[in-house]
Write a protein that binds this ligand. Structure first.
Ligand SMILES: Cc1ncc(COP(=O)(O)O)c(C=O)c1O
Length: 432
């Protein structure tokens, strides 16, 4: 699938870096893991000089396009004045003001550097605010690498037990067994199960944390009323509702899923599109909850207002506010989603399209998916077969069928057309 320089670099890297990559998800297998040289706009070049239309966009952060000039210029201008002070400056205050202006439920914010940190801090604040320890999360949702919620994320669903009494499965060796005491897991979109668990445990639950859609499991959408049910029940039992908008924030709407679904969580977490790839994250929400930070509640970090991240966010949010960027992405993404659906259906393959035009996915061999347990039954072999053929023709979605396709403002109509042409060809090859 890749050229000789890629293979040689993987070999060299594997001698000194576990799996030859600096994050497990980047390893696709020996001989089939990409190594990148550069990226610009919607395109990526591997170390063999092969060019791809990129639909990974670094797992979502790149909302405007790779090395986007307006953002990079602002970052360069700012870093020439120093990159880290461990003191507060005006630019970060302006970034927080913009987040609050754009996100309907957010009244106060703390910045962080990664989505993992943002959800970890939000969970601490929720526990401190409620004086409770239990966290409820949904199977197939991913909230970063910390031990609190790395449960029932990617395990084979057979390990999850019966859906009426799900078994939380740790996402890694090394997570203390005792952490199991603090987590409840449930299938996404399980209205009845959620109400039942809230009746039994609601008064002990500190936080219900959820992605708005399953951004780490084929972007499975919430069914009508599911997020509203979480809102209603968390309010009823005095739990904090944390909406993890690390993937949806500043991507599916300027105000993220809060605007899209008209839902007001207590806390929300952000990273990714917030900085078009520069290292920045945020968590925020109700003033009443956020203002306990610093009053017996610890939160901080040396790099939390790093200048590249803050300047990247300042430039990205300014652009999102000033032009219909997300509408343009939506239009092109919708064409791509519709086109792919037509190709599969015209060739007789059942397909469930999920997600939003700016981050979507599809599950083959089925008409609908509502949770990870459904998705696990879809045709992953065919999905992977198509991905590998697409990559050979210069189209790069992620190798993992759980990972959505991400579009940016730099993806053109011509890129969409080219992608559809390639899929129309390779679907026919797979059919033969
Ligand atoms: C919904 C969600 N939350 C949290 C995270 C963790 O973010 P990071 O990789 O920046 O630590 C991710 C990463 O993909 C995510 O998709």
């Amino acid at each position: 699938m890749f050229g000789s320089k890629t293979l040689a670099l993987q070999k060299r890297a594997q001698e000194i870096i576990p799996l030859g990559v600096n994050s497990n998800f980047r390893y696709w297998g020996d001989g089939i893991t990409p190594y990148v040289e550069k990226a610009k706009g919607a395109y990526l070049w591997d170390v063999d000089g092969r060019k791809y239309i990129d639909y990974r966009m670094a797992f979502g952060p790149i909302i405007l396009g790779h090395s986007y000039d307006d953002v990079d210029q602002k970052v360069i201008e700012e870093i020439q004045k120093g990159i880290l002070f461990a003191m507060t400056g005006e630019l970060e205050v302006a970034v927080v003001e913009m987040i609050i202006e754009m996100a309907p439920a957010v009244e106060m914010v703390r910045l962080a550097c990664s989505g993992t940190e943002a959800t970890m801090h939000a969970i601490r604040v929720a526990r401190a605010y409620t004086g409770r320890d239990l966290i409820l999360k949904f199977e197939g949702n991913y909230h970063g690498f910390h031990d609190h919620t790395l449960w029932s994320t990617y395990a084979p669903v057979e390990a999850y037990g019966n859906r009426r009494s799900p078994i939380p499965v740790p996402g890694s060796s090394g997570i203390p067994k005792s952490m199991r005491e603090f987590i409840i897991t449930l299938p996404f979109n399980d209205f009845e199960g959620f109400e039942r668990v809230m009746r039994s445990y609601g008064e002990q639950i500190a936080a219900v944390i959820s992605e708005p859609c399953q951004g780490n499991c084929a972007a499975i959408n919430p069914q009508d009323g599911f997020l509203a049910l979480i809102r209603k029940k968390t309010e009823e039992y005095g739990c904090v509702f944390i909406l993890d908008e690390v993937k949806t924030g500043f991507r599916i709407a300027n105000g993220g899923a809060q605007e899209y679904y008209n839902i007001k969580p207590d806390l929300a977490t952000y990273a990714k599109a917030l900085g078009n790839g520069y290292p920045i994250a945020a968590f925020g929400g109700k003033k009443e909850i956020m203002s306990i930070i610093g009053h017996g509640v610890a939160q901080g970090g040396t790099y939390t207002n790093n200048k590249p991240g803050v300047a990247g966010a300042y430039a990205t949010l300014s652009l999102l506010k000033s032009k219909p960027i997300l509408k343009t992405i939506e239009h092109r993404g919708q064409r791509l989603m519709d086109g792919l659906r037509d190709i599969f259906e015209d060739n007789g393959f059942p397909v469930a399209m999920t997600g939003y035009p700016a981050m979507f996915s599809f599950s083959l061999g089925m008409d609908a998916v509502t949770c990870q347990r459904d998705w696990a039954l879809s045709d992953h072999v065919m999905y992977l077969n198509l991905v590998e053929k697409a990559i050979e023709r210069g189209i790069m979605p992620d190798h993992d069928p759980r990972e959505p396709w991400f579009l940016s403002y730099s993806h053109s109509d011509a890129d969409v057309d080219e992608t559809l042409n390639v899929y129309a060809e390779i679907v026919k090859e797979v059919k033969m």
